[in-house]
Design a protein around this ligand. Structure first.
Ligand SMILES: [Zn+2]
Length: 296
């Protein structure tokens, strides 16, 4: 079994990855990236010496556009797309997903994400927790890992775990950040998912943003600490009755300071912004507090 990392070159290098799993000459793809960089994915597959039409299984960690936006192309080529059971309906009919993304990204939708077409239900496979997916003689185990989104899986392959966004963002060995966009951040559920990843005892962790890390304990500890610290920070500001937009802009500066303090250089900070736009993080945590923690 081989794992190949494909850099989708989304604005900056090492921002969005797709992972090609090769076993007994069968191929599966983990994450499709967005349609806007689909050509980069195709040339990455060709450069490795493979034909994209031979990819029979595409596994997406969740349905956000930077992870699953181009999966429909593989459906058109006859592949089966594996997706969390809570996310399957959004791939079968992406209208709602696109409408809510449109409210956030407005006139930048095309430039950022390209187009997203419906995947026929016959080409979709909604997954169950613990299910095993075969690729050649390799088994891929599905782990239901919600918290970043209510439709999020991680995939465990022989000690390597592919964690989408629930396993945080780490670029070029920098700090591990929890991406917390609206609308379905649930911190307690997220912490349970981190524990589930830990219990799977992976030797290597592969977030979609970006690449392989082998210091798994340290990595997950840092993710958990930062998730708790960010959540507390937002909770304090809400208790001070600051307005949402004031909190959001203050939080952007807080994240910047957090990264600088961790020794992240300015170029790398820009790359982090492409993978996890800082302005998107406060709204997700504010929504979480209002929904689960604050008495109305
Ligand atoms: Zn993402």
């Amino acid at each position: 079994m081989n794992i190949h990392t494909i850099d989708l070159k989304f604005f900056t290098p090492q921002t969005i990855a797709a992972y090609l799993v090769e076993s007994d000459s069968e191929l599966a793809l983990i994450e499709s990236g967005p349609d806007s960089v689909f050509n980069n994915l195709l040339s990455g597959i060709h450069d490795l010496g493979f034909d994209p039409r031979n990819i029979r299984k595409v596994l997406v960690t969740h349905v956000h556009l930077d992870h699953a936006g181009a999966a429909w192309h593989f459906g058109e080529m006859g592949a089966t797309v594996f997706v969390h059971q809570n996310g399957a309906r959004h791939l079968a009919d992406p209208a709602k997903l696109l409408a809510s993304a449109g409210k956030i990204y407005m006139n930048r939708m095309d430039e950022l994400w390209g187009t997203m077409k419906a995947i026929p239900e016959a080409r979709l496979h909604p997954t169950q927790d613990g299910e095993e997916i075969e690729v050649g003689n390799t088994k891929i185990r599905v782990l239901d890992t919600q918290g970043h989104a209510s439709h999020h899986n991680s995939y465990l392959i022989e000690g390597s775990i592919f964690t989408g966004d629930v396993g945080g963002v780490r670029i070029k060995g920098g700090p591990v950040l929890p991406p917390t966009p609206a609308p379905d951040i649930n911190v307690e559920v997220w912490l349970e998912s981190i524990e589930k990843i830990r219990k799977a005892r992976p030797a290597a962790i592969y977030p979609t943003h970006f690449g392989r890390s082998t210091d798994v304990e340290r990595y997950l500890g840092e993710l958990q600490d930062r998730l708790l610290r960010w959540t507390d920070w937002i909770g304090e500001k809400l208790r001070e009755n600051k307005g949402d937009s004031a909190i959001s802009s203050e939080f952007e500066s807080y994240i910047l300071a957090d990264l600088k303090q961790s020794g992240t250089n300015p170029d790398l900070i820009e790359e982090y912004k492409n993978a996890d736009p800082f302005w998107m993080n406060a709204p997700g945590l504010i929504r979480y507090w209002n929904k689960y923690r604050l008495q109305q």
